[in-house]
Design a protein around this ligand. Structure first.
Ligand SMILES: O=C(O)c1ccccc1NCC(=O)[C@H](O)[C@H](O)COP(=O)(O)O
Length: 256
């Protein structure tokens, strides 16, 4: 795990809040909707597989979108999203487990729980199809990957460099997100995905995360081997409040 002192202060605060969050919930058991199946369906139907993110705000966002999460998720699916990601972190991203529960009830595509999870009991806050585990922030990744699978979740392990990719693979990850945002400094560089993705085995589902804002970015990440793209800010348009369905469609239609 990266030393706390190397992290951007916003990320340090996010992690401190995550460690304090209470976790006395019953163990969840999930009958998960398959992400690989949803991505394959999008491909068959001629859509770029996009995981669209319900992210009310973030430390780098230009504002907050207070729209109902269910309306946002439905608008994203109408724009062709293959899956939905929902932030459940309350203090820095304006999310909640309740928002995810409502979204998962309303849509029929897989739903990813996006949060900063550091111990097993935190997995039980809400049922989701996929669970994000950030390699950099987890002490025993294999233990959490196993704990996630025991509950029925598909773990999506997030990495930022080759060493973290190796750690993720050793922990048994089958779905890997390569984050273009360096969580130590919050800088975004699409070259991160391009340099790390070629080292992932072919049978691993590889997702390009963060910083994808235009059809050209989509094509660039697809050329570099992305099986899917995780997009938040460009779809949410926190500063402008533009149409979420159109923002999603612009990316899902960026096939050539
Ligand atoms: O998005 C942020 O500002 C952020 C700040 C600190 C830690 C994590 C952060 N984002 C988490 C994510 O990984 C993104 O929400 C996700 O990949 C979508 O990224 P984007 O399309 O660039 O909004």
């Amino acid at each position: 795990m990266t030393s706390q002192t190397e992290l951007d202060p916003a990320v340090r605060a996010i992690l401190e809040a995550a460690r304090k969050r209470s976790t006395d919930r019953e163990r969840v058991s999930v009958d998960a909707r398959s992400l690989p199946d949803a991505l394959a369906r999008a491909e068959r139907e001629g859509r770029v597989p996009v995981i669209a993110e319900v992210k009310p705000t973030s430390p780098t966002a230009e504002g907050t979108r207070a729209d109902d999460p269910v309306e946002l998720a439905e608008a994203m699916v109408a724009g062709g999203a293959a899956a939905i990601s929902v932030l459940t972190e309350p203090e820095h991203f304006g999310g909640s487990p309740e928002a995810l529960r409502r979204v998962r009830k309303a849509v029929d595509v897989p739903v990813l729980r996006k949060d900063f999870l550091v111990r097993e009991a935190q997995l039980d806050a809400v049922a989701a199809d996929l669970l994000l585990l950030i390699a950099r922030f987890v002490d025993d990744l294999e233990e959490l990957v196993t704990a996630a699978r025991e509950r029925g979740f598909q773990p999506l392990v997030e990495v930022h460099d080759r060493d973290e990719l190796e750690t993720a693979l050793e922990a048994g990850a089958e779905i890997v997100g390569i984050n273009n945002r360096d969580l130590a400094r919050l800088e975004v560089d699409l070259g991160t995905f391009e340099s790390v993705a070629p080292h992932a085995p072919d049978d691993v589902t590889v997702i390009a995360e963060s910083g994808v804002s235009s059809p050209e970015d989509v094509r660039r990440m697809r050329r570099a081997g992305a099986d899917a793209l995780l997009v938040g800010s460009a779809i949410m348009d926190h500063g402008g409040g533009s149409d979420v369905t159109e923002n999603t469609r612009r990316l899902t239609e960026a096939t050539q």
